[in-house]
Design a protein around this ligand. Structure first.
Ligand SMILES: [Zn+2]
Length: 239
């Protein structure tokens, strides 16, 4: 049937439409960000029920519309109950969803972004970790082509023992030496942890307990992502 397509997606947000409907924003595996109308979803006997609420991972059948698509079927792949039942984890999940919503483009396929989000939500459902959200933000920036310079001064290129990297500003490209410093301060341990996150040591990074260094890396991640998207993240500042 023309105009009908299947995909999998995670619900990023929903807004009310008229009396009974909602416009649902999904990030999908094959079609990028998709906005679609879920009809009758706010009625008690809705066909979709809780399946199209933020955070739900669903298998979808959609009709392509001129402006908005229409949700024809939605089957739950994962409801992430463990996240929903824990306020802290739910807040973390909302931060992930908001970040993905901010960087993704409508109908611009980005399978890697979808996979990263599903992976992070599964990890969050399994256990909470202080660096889960910040690590996701750093990875997201890297995926977006904003991989920070961490081993030398992003401004003058100074490296080695002479270059004391003391500041971080993503708009300058990353770490900065004492001469070029701007943005916020960064500690050697903080930089080392960001290197580990982006250098393939993510699994062990998620085992790190909360420390002043993880807090620092978390603050830097939020600021870097906000610099990149040029706006504040609502969900983070609610935390
Ligand atoms: Zn410099």
């Amino acid at each position: 049937m023309p105009g009908l397509y299947r995909d999998s997606g995670v619900v990023l947000r929903t807004i009310k439409l008229g009396e009974a409907d909602r416009i649902v924003t999904f990030v999908t595996q094959a079609h990028g960000k998709v906005r679609a109308v879920a009809k009758g979803v706010r009625k008690t006997k809705s066909r979709f029920g809780a399946r199209v609420e933020p955070l739900s991972h669903v298998s979808l059948l959609l009709y392509e519309g001129r402006d908005l698509d229409i949700v024809s079927q939605a089957e739950t792949l994962d409801h992430f109950r463990a996240i929903r039942e824990d306020l802290d984890r739910m807040s973390s999940a909302m931060a992930l969803l908001e970040a993905v919503d901010q960087v993704s483009q409508e109908r611009e396929p980005n399978a890697r972004l979808y996979q990263m989000l599903v992976g992070a939500l599964r990890s969050l459902a399994a256990r909470d970790a202080p660096l889960l959200v910040p690590a996701f933000f750093w990875k997201l920036l890297s995926l977006e082509g904003a991989h920070p310079v961490l081993d030398q001064c992003a401004s003058c290129g100074a490296s080695g023992e002479d270059a004391e990297l003391v500041a971080f500003d993503l708009t300058e490209g990353g770490a900065l030496c004492r001469t070029c410093r701007r943005g916020g301060p960064v500690s050697p341990d903080g930089l080392a942890m960001i290197r580990r996150i982006l250098g393939g040591d993510l699994a062990r990074v998620l085992d790190e307990p909360r420390t002043p260094v993880t807090d620092e890396v978390s603050r830097l991640a939020t600021r870097a992502l906000e610099d990149h998207i040029e706006r504040r993240l609502r969900s983070i500042h609610i935390l």
